[in-house]
Design a protein around this ligand. Sequence first.
Ligand SMILES: C[S@@+](CC[C@H](N)C(=O)[O-])C[C@H]1O[C@@H](n2cnc3c(N)ncnc32)[C@H](O)[C@@H]1O
Length: 230
Amino acid sequence: MATLNVPPTLSDLSEKNPFRFLPRNTRRVYDVLAEVYPLSTMLFHSDAHKVALSLAGVTDGMKVLEVATGSGEMFRRLLRRNPNGLTCGIDISPNMAARTQRVARRLLPDAVAHCQAVDARNMPFKDGAFDAVVCCYLLELLGEADILQTMSEMRRVLRPNGKLALVLIGQQLPAFNTWYKFIGSLAPAFLGRQVESSIPEVMDSYDFRLEHDQQVRQGCYPSRVVVARR
Ligand SMILES: C[S@@+](CC[C@H](N)C(=O)[O-])C[C@H]1O[C@@H](n2cnc3c(N)ncnc32)[C@H](O)[C@@H]1O
């Protein structure tokens, strides 16, 4: 593996309250929400998922990983694009991972899908195992050190020249940012906080080469899709 540059100091991601970004709190919350979460995905995330799929370079026969599948809406898009390849998914919430696996098996029984409850900070995959890695709306839920660790893991499991597609909550709408900061403070384990503007610099520090950077708006909900090559 290539030597990495020293990551930047993510001072704008720092959060003084150590309780906010504990993975076990996030896991509990998302475990409880697994059956109703598809509604949230449909209302806020589906347009950005489509853009990410179109830019991620996934073709049939690839080995693809989705990190933080949630209830599996993007995972099924990836499976439909890659019916003869291998599509793996992970989520820290056992209920989310189980739902993703169950629905994928039911709707796409012939595709090869493996979704398991795994923490993105330590993934049980070999170096360079995947042609593409996709990760939507996870980094907002991680503390500063965990963002760096997860980025390092995503880079490790991606083959050289493979593509990483990230979807982040956009920060281009000031009114939305104010609102998100408020509701995020009420439910930090569920909503986290916006980190989008810092992420390209982090990717750069891990030697990713940026290929696409697109803003998407679904109603009043902004997203940013960033695709880079290892
Ligand atoms: C905001 S949801 C996004 C779900 C889905 N990717 C989407 O686009 O709708 C975040 C997901 O990340 C998962 N998650 C949070 N921390 C994680 C971690 N450390 N490792 C893996 N998954 C994690 C949560 O359980 C949840 O399902």
